[in-house]
Design a protein. Sequence first.
Length: 182
Amino acid sequence: MENEKIKPLYGELQGYLSQVPVPKEPDEITIDASVWNQYNHSLDLLNEISEEDFSRFKIQPSKGVSGDYIPILWFRLKLAGLILHLHRKYFSDEQAPFTGMPTTVITQRQQENQAVQILLEVQSKIDEKINQFKEGSNEKTFLQKLKGTLASTSNISQLLNTIFTLANQNGISLETLSSIFT
């Protein structure tokens, strides 16, 4: 029963964390007072519902020249720590938080985009070099076969494995391979 009362706050806290930007620098400060006040209010409700004391997760702003401030990283650390604590204590039978969170998906998309960019660069290099070699030469045969595999290549590891396998099958040394791609 206690879990059902805590669950909405647990979701709310995860929502806060998903919206707080990852800082570009460790001491970046852009958290508005309304944000940490709302967060601290949620902690007060959590203390009341759970009859526990979660005050150690409260945000206490520092005094600065231009007013109170909180480094984003500090806020994210407190918030993530509280979410993980609640998960372990009340919701350990559920999927762990942060699995498949937006930042994970964004990072995965960036890696996929980088892989596509590298594959396009390799394709371009093949197109540039393929006509420099005689028909039937090991180098031209290698480049033709490599070009044919690019469409089915989905990541950099697979690309490298294909390059080295085809080079070996076609008698291409590392030196020759290096000269093809420079």
